[in-house]
Design a protein around this ligand. Structure first.
Ligand code: HGY
Ligand code: MN
Ligand code: MN
Length: 406
């Protein structure tokens, strides 16, 4: 049993055109018009494949192919939203490979004991509305639905209203549901598989993640007449914090990563001393204890730099996802599927968060990685060669078929 490579490639091209950037990347932000357009296209394909389609309160979209017995389904899934000027593989590849696996079961006339389904999760990226992985987080009971609805984007738009606006607030409760297993195919977004020339990553788990939001309040003033001795410059304090955050992984050693990806300056003009700066702080480590130590180091760093510059601040560690281990039986099933295809494979830990991280809290979960060209992702250069996509998709098909009792 194999997937239909040509049909998969055509679906990738068609979906990839929705939100395509001039440089061939993708901007399809959660709950934007492009996201609605992509969702509509996917729902049309899911219905065309004979799936029973439903939508829950968070806009997560479910498609179900009946089994021969009324057993908990095997779900495959991922997300269809992207980061700004991102790539055409992050998330959408997993959704399309899930659909292709289901279509291939039909082509082969295969019945499965367990129903087989697919899920498209809302707002996995956390680019427009923070935090990330919100659709799966609410479903896993880790993020309250009201908190998700109250998240606001840069323009102050509320997630709940945007979900209403695009017509994807569904009637189904966004709560855990019985699952035989959850499987997610995703690009590695790092360099390991390509460096080792291995097409399939058998993902054993995901690192722990912490997101913080820092607001520094200085004294907005004129850039000319204000003597240096009088200044309380929020951007100078922020610059020290950015450098200090970059130093933390070196001090912690191990495999920590730290990123300040977002920085907003007010009033952000040449001739005013910045009065306010907000910034994001993203810390990740396979080791929970190291991550907690690093969060403490951020607290001390911000306190010291604020005092030095004479500014005040609010620092909120608002999102924490624990180091996640996937289900051994599912991981072994993925490995056996890759082996049966004769594909090179290796076990690997994910440095990126995924909806599977929350699904692991409510169902036996595993992931399949395919290589990223030069390890690049969250950029328009994101690419996975079609041969690798095919190996990954076939691994997904065989693993899902085995778990579903084909
Ligand atoms: O942040 C992440 O790791 C994912 O891309 N949302
Ligand atoms: Mn992703
Ligand atoms: Mn991503």
């Amino acid at each position: 049993m194999r997937i239909n490579r040509k049909r998969l490639e055509e679906s990738m091209e068609a979906l990839g055109r929705i939100g395509e950037t001039p440089r061939g990347g993708l901007t399809r932000l959660a709950l934007s018009d492009e996201d609605r357009h992509g969702r509509d296209l996917l729902v049309g394909w899911m219905r065309g494949a004979g799936l029973q389609v439903s939508v829950d309160q968070m806009g997560n979209i479910f498609g179900l192919r009946p089994g021969t017995e009324a057993l908990p389904p095997v779900f495959m899934g991922s997300h269809a939203d992207s980061v700004p000027t991102g790539g055409k593989y992050d998330g959408q590849l997993g959704v399309l490979c899930a659909l292709e696996a289901i279509r291939s079961l039909d082509d082969e006339g295969r019945r499965t004991r367990h129903p087989v389904g697919m899920i498209i999760f809302t707002n996995e990226e956390g680019a427009r509305f923070q935090p990330a992985m919100v659709g799966s987080g609410v479903m896993a009971g880790k993020i309250p639905l009201e908190d998700a609805y109250n998240a606001r984007d840069r323009d102050g738009k509320r997630l709940g209203e945007e979900l209403e606006r695009i017509g994807y607030i569904g009637p189904e409760p966004c709560i855990p549901r019985p699952m035989r297993a959850y499987l997610e195919l995703h690009i590695e977004q790092g360099p390991i598989l390509e460096e080792e020339q291995v097409p399939v990553g058998v993902v054993e788990g995901i690192v722990a993640i912490s997101w913080s939001r820092l607001t520094l309040h200085g004294v907005q003033d004129h850039a000319g007449p204000t003597p240096m001795r009088m200044r309380h410059d929020a951007l100078v304090a922020a610059a020290e914090v950015v450098s200090g955050v970059r130093e933390i992984p070196r001090q912690i050693r191990g495999n920590m990563v730290a990123t300040v990806g977002r920085l907003d300056v007010t009033p952000n003009i040449p001739n005013a001393i910045p009065g306010r700066v907000t910034m994001s702080i993203d810390l990740r480590d396979p080791d929970e204890h190291n991550l907690s130590r690093a969060v403490g180091m951020v607290d001390r760093l911000v306190k010291a730099e604020a005092r030095r510059e004479g500014v005040t601040y609010e620092l909120e560690h608002y999102w924490r996802v624990p180091r996640t281990a996937f289900d051994a039986e599912v991981v072994n099933t993925v490995e056996r599927a890759a082996k049966s295809l004769g594909c090179g494979h290796r076990r690997i830990l994910s440095g990126a968060g995924h909806d599977a991280q929350y699904m692991a809290a409510i169902a036996p979960t595993g992931m399949i990685f395919v290589p990223s060209r030069a390890g690049r992702s969250h950029c328009e250069e994101e690419l996975t060669p079609m041969d690798d996509v095919e190996h990954g998709a076939n691994t997904l098909l065989l693993a899902a078929a085995e778990l579903a009792g084909a």
